[in-house]
Design a binder for this molecule. Structure first.
Ligand code: NAI
Ligand code: MG
Length: 502
């Protein structure tokens, strides 16, 4: 473990940003909560308070929804050309790029992730998301449709569809990729011309608030993007239930996803969900193990294992099981664990005390059910939320650690005999978010890709994301897709217009 961040190695603008209590963005203004309350956000490498943030609740959500509604119905946003919308989004992307280091530090301090990783992945991916979606703003097209109406003989019609923005959108995001999740959500909503109330996770509100400043700087009209910070059970629940919100987009736990569906029933707002996962990662005996082994390690240990798509169930063909197990255990031991701000850190702390307790609780439950740690299994140090990269063996299909999402750097490694027995094992999950397959046999790769019930299948790679590539889940991993053209459909309503001309 390296030394913790000191104020001297924090960018001066970041130090200033966290020193002041952070208000929320409603109708283009930075405001305190109606209640005047604030809540703390913590540095997970120390457990100490990092900053204080306005604690939004029902009344604040209501004000934000009113602002978003007014901006949607009457604001200049409505009258802007798609090209003008795209230019604003592109400008925002450039602003994000210009503040890469700041964002990387905010993520490292607030979430705990390695600053170097945030700089190389989270921040540039967020900027690219806005650029990709900026291009779509001018390409949201309908179609012309020939009609054959039987009960108006001889009549002629010109019929077409228009794809209109769905309206006021509530977006609730998690703490694992705070800035990037904001970008995944805002990108398609802005491209299609919606207005937004965004609620960041209470564990990691800072980068979204900084993004809000750049949204104002870029020149988005007031009320188009509102950012309300606060807790899930209060602000989040109020947003999900709000009668004047047309759509709610949520990323987080499957448990809360189900609450969102219930809350949305009141006005039958549209719902998209990106939920948990327990993704199988499969290594066949003919795989190039020199890439499959580090690939499987990174599939689970990237972002402290706090990825909904983490390759948390590793299935290895019997003939190479021992070699892979030894290899991945060695990879796990090599990982440099430390505070996210330390430039050499590869794996940071878990995001919160709650997550730390959840992950260590799962490891203990695994041990009680008879699993064994080939490596790891323990807390590191006694300050902050550090957990050793852990490989569990002697696991059985029905164990909690094999069935449930752990959300930490914990992988179960299990051998399999052949593809026929593998596929049902890999699909034996309530989830279906992602999967990986490592092999040199292209036929087997595509065969397994076809049979796995998952929204993303990576072949000889893992955790590859692109703004153009749709992402989302089968089964209880969610509804709908994010990114790519698919995401845009879920932010538009289709209007059919039918005109008789003869
Ligand atoms: P969570 O689902 O409670 O939190 C995600 C977001 O939902 C946060 O913004 C939170 O404030 C909000 N929220 C919570 N309760 C709400 C409610 N009743 N109504 C509306 N919004 C609400 O996730 P949590 O508790 O932080 O983590 C629990 C587990 O969920 C993790 O261990 C992990 O396994 C999984 N998870 C999955 C994520 C993913 O990317 N799909 C992200 C975060 C967590
Ligand atoms: Mg929760």
């Amino acid at each position: 473990m390296g030394t913790a961040a000191t104020s001297s190695n924090i960018h001066s603008s970041v130090a200033e940003f966290i020193a002041a209590r952070r208000p929320m963005l409603i109708n283009g203004k930075w405001v305190e909560a109606v209640s005047g309350k604030t809540f703390p956000t913590y540095d997970p490498s120390t457990g100490e308070v990092l900053a204080n943030v306005a604690e939004g609740d029902r009344e604040d959500i209501d004000l934000a929804v009113k602002a978003a509604r007014a901006a949607f119905d009457r604001g200049p946003w409505r009258r802007m050309t798609p090209s003008e919308r795209g230019k604003l989004m592109w400008k925002l992307a450039d602003l994000i790029d210009a503040h890469t280091q700041e964002f990387a530090e905010l993520e490292a301090l607030d979430n705990g992730k390695p600053m170097t990783v945030a700089r190389a992945a989270d921040v540039p991916l967020a900027a690219e998301m806005f650029r990709y979606m900026a291009g779509w703003a001018t390409k949201i097209e309908g179609s012309t449709i020939p009609l054959s109406v039987p009960y108006t003989p001889g009549a002629r019609y010109h019929a077409y569809t228009v794809r209109e923005p769905i309206g006021v959108v509530g977006q609730i995001i998690p703490w694992n990729f705070p800035l990037l999740m904001a970008a995944w959500k805002l990108g398609p909503a802005l491209a299609t011309g919606c207005t937004i109330v965004l609620k960041p996770a209470e564990q990691t509100p800072l980068s979204a608030l900084r993004l809000g400043e750049l949204i104002v700087e870029a020149g988005f009209p007031e009320g188009v993007v509102n950012i309300v910070t606060g807790y899930g059970e209060t602000a989040g629940a109020a947003l999900a239930a709000h009668p004047d919100v047309d759509k709610i987009a949520f990323t987080g736990s499957t448990e809360v996803g189900k609450l969102i569906v219930h809350a949305a029933a009141g006005n039958l707002k549209k719902v998209t969900l990106e939920l948990g996962g327990k993704s199988p990662n499969v290594i066949l005996k003919d795989a190039d193990l020199s890439t499959a082994i580090p690939g499987a390690a990174s599939a689970i240990f990237f972002n402290q294992g706090q990825c909904c798509c983490a390759g948390s169930r590793l299935y290895v063909e019997q003939a190479v099981y021992d070699e892979v197990l030894e290899g991945i255990s060695n990879e796990a031991k090599k990982i440099r664990v430390g505070p996210g701000m330390h430039p050499k850190t590869q794996l940071g702390p878990l995001v919160s005390d709650e997550q730390f307790k959840r992950v260590t609780g799962y490891i203990d439950a695994g041990f009680k059910e008879g699993a064994r740690a080939a490596t790891g299994g323990k807390q590191i140090g006694n300050k902050g939320y550090f957990v050793e990269p852990t490989v569990l063996v002697d696991t059985k299909a029905n164990m909690k650690v094999v069935q449930e999402e752990i959300g930490g750097p914990v992988v179960t490694a299990m051998p399999f005999q052949d593809l026929d027995s593998l596929v049902p094992m890999a699909n034996d999950s309530a989830y279906g978010l992602a999967a990986g397959i490592w092999t040199r046999d292209i036929a087997k790769a595509h065969q397994v890709a076809e049979e796995l019930r998952a929204g993303t299948v990576w072949i000889n790679c893992y955790n590859i994301f692109d703004a153009a590539l749709p992402f989302g889940g089968y089964k209880q991993s969610g509804w709908g897709r994010e990114m790519g053209e698919e995401a845009l459909r879920l932010y538009t309503e289709t209007k059919a217009v039918c005109a008789r001309y003869a």
